[in-house]
Design a protein around this ligand. Structure first.
Ligand code: XMP
Length: 512
């Protein structure tokens, strides 16, 4: 395992990412981690970049014990300056901030650059070192950085000013290969198959021979993959609960039931609480209130059901399954500077506060695409593995205004047609998320000889990498024509269809 110490750079998690792509296991911890408190010995340490300057009063510093571990160390950007700072070099403010592409010039052949033939690298820094620490030498320069890469003359300590973890550094992955595999001698055994075996063993040991686990499933990829892992590890001692909140998509509950039980053999209980949810949503139009009501009601229903299951099992339920992914974990462990409190991902909407359950999070080391790969390996249907995300509050936040059973029906049917056509056109996997929104306005139309006065459906389809920013999807005109015709003809209550051509920002993905 490689230990990645995070000093708060926006790129830190990409270091872990690149190492995993080499099948090398890496774990990221905040730079404040005490080395004496580590329960495992890393084979190498990487110090990340940071928005700080090492000489700033509140600059973060690594535990000096890092340098006594006796394992290879690679400092990236701030990590390089941290090395220099800790080992007696000098770091100065650069006269100009260097940001963007640069061409690295190796001083002579060095094994850190083995196999690299394109030396385009990405720079993003303000400070740079102005004098080498004792016993260090330069191994590469750029036009603007005489100390672009340095190494200790006898120890495996390296510092690089550029960012090999970002894709703008053309062959950054090779550099990680050279460091992790050639220098640190890490094994390339972090594969999904190994992950499944280890995780199943870990779950069995944790839960013991008679313990039981509960968990909510939504029909989305994360909760399904997590549930399948638990089911493989402990069979029916894992109880999945699916709460039908009345604002899921058309036919969704039945589909989830069929896939999870008949398809995947998961011990699943469907709780139909539609009336409870819709009852509480009556008269509510404020989006945040809708979210709160749905979130709180979910907790109430889930707690009630788990209490029943616990009683039925004779009090053997000890664990709650959560489909937490690595990005949530990163969010909670990243170094945020001394002034910011660190957010905890354990805050799952208050679920754990009342329930005396321990958490089990089998996906907490995985990125989304790794969860998908795992799902495919575990036999989860491709259609589910590649499903678009669906918000917890469901179509309640896609019905602007009051959520009533008849509005739910209109929104559901329109959404169903849109998605069906997207699938037919072979576009589903090209689009990141698509849905229909029901607007609380009426507009005049004409059908046959009749004047109509009905509501408007807005279609939304976006492409995005991370959902932080998004572009609207450009459909062929004929595709939109088909969808519009079908919705107006087949969904009673809709007289007009519009397409949302706003990117995020300034708009959000959802309408509420
Ligand atoms: P926005 O609308 O914030 O959406 O641009 C970004 C992504 O988040 C999803 N989303 C939610 N997911 N509960 C959820 O579980 C919510 O309240 C919620 N609001 C937005 C949205 O579907 C999109 O994928």
């Amino acid at each position: 395992t490689i230990l990645v110490l995070d000093f708060g750079s926006q790129y830190s998690h990409l270091i872990t990412r690149r190492l995993r792509e080499l099948n090398v296991y890496a774990e990221m911890l905040p730079c404040t981690q005490k080395i004496s408190e580590l329960t495992w010995k890393p084979k190498g340490v990487i110090l990340s970049g940071s928005p700080y300057s090492v000489y700033a009063k509140d600059a973060p510093h690594a535990d000096p014990a890092v340098f006594d571990l006796g394992v290879p160390i690679l400092g990236i950007c701030y990590g390089l300056q941290e090395l220099a700072w800790a080992l007696g070099g000098t770091v100065g403010g650069s006269d100009k901030r260097e940001y963007g592409h640069a061409l690295l010039k190796p001083v002579d052949e060095h094994f850190l650059f083995e196999g690299i033939d394109d030396f385009q690298v990405w720079m993003s820094h303000g400070d740079k070192i102005s004098a080498l620490p004792t016993d260090f030498k330069v191994i590469a320069t750029t036009d603007n950085a005489p100390f672009a890469a340095i190494t200790h003359t006898s120890k495996h300590i390296y510092g690089i000013q550029f960012h090999p973890e970002v894709t703008h550094t053309k062959q950054g992955k090779k550099l990680f290969h050279n460091f992790a595999i050639n220098v640190c001698k890490c094994e390339q055994n972090w594969t999904m198959e190994n992950f499944i075996d280890t995780e199943i063993e870990r779950i069995r040991t944790l839960v013991g021979p008679t313990g039981e686990v509960i968990g909510a499933v939504s029909g989305g990829v994360d909760s399904t993959v997590a549930a399948k892992l638990l089911n493989t590890a402990i069979g029916d001692r894992f109880h999945a609960i699916y709460v039908d909140n009345g604002v899921m998509r058309l036919n969704e509950t039945k589909q989830v039931y069929d896939t999870l039980t008949a398809g995947l053999g998961i011990n699943l209980k469907i709780v139909d609480a539609s009336d409870v949810f819709l009852g509480k949503l009556k008269g509510v139009t404020d989006p945040e209130k809708k979210r709160k009501i749905i979130g709180n009601t979910f907790i109430e229903v889930f707690e009630e059901e788990s209490a029943k299951l616990d009683a039925a099992s004779g009090g053997k339920i000890e664990y709650l399954l959560q489909g937490t992914l690595y990005p949530d974990v990163i969010e909670s462990i990243s170094f945020k500077g001394p002034s910011q409190t660190i957010k905890t991902h354990h805050n799952v909407g208050g679920l754990l506060e009342n329930m005396k359950l321990k958490l089990i999070e089998p996906l907490r080391e995985l990125f989304k695409d790794e969860v998908r790969a795992l799902g495919t390996l575990m036999g989860i249907p491709e259609e589910l593995v590649w499903r678009h995300p669906f918000p917890g509050p469901g179509i309640a936040i896609r019905i602007l205004g009051e959520v009533t059973p008849s509005q739910v029906e209109i929104a559901r049917k329109a959404d169903y047609i849109f998605i069906e056509e997207i699938r037919k056109a072979g576009l589903y996997n090209k689009i990141s998320q698509a849905f229909a929104c029901l607007l609380p306005v009426k507009s005049v139309g004409v059908m046959g000889d009749q004047r109509t006065y009905e509501q408007v459906i807005a279609l939304r389809a976006i492409e995005t990498v991370d959902f932080m920013t998004a572009d609207w999807y450009i459909f062929e005109a004929n595709f939109l024509k088909t969808v519009s015709r079908r919705i107006v003809n087949e969904v009673a209550g809709v007289a007009r269809v519009v397409y949302d051509i706003t990117s995020k920002p300034p708009a959000t993905v959802e309408w509420e």
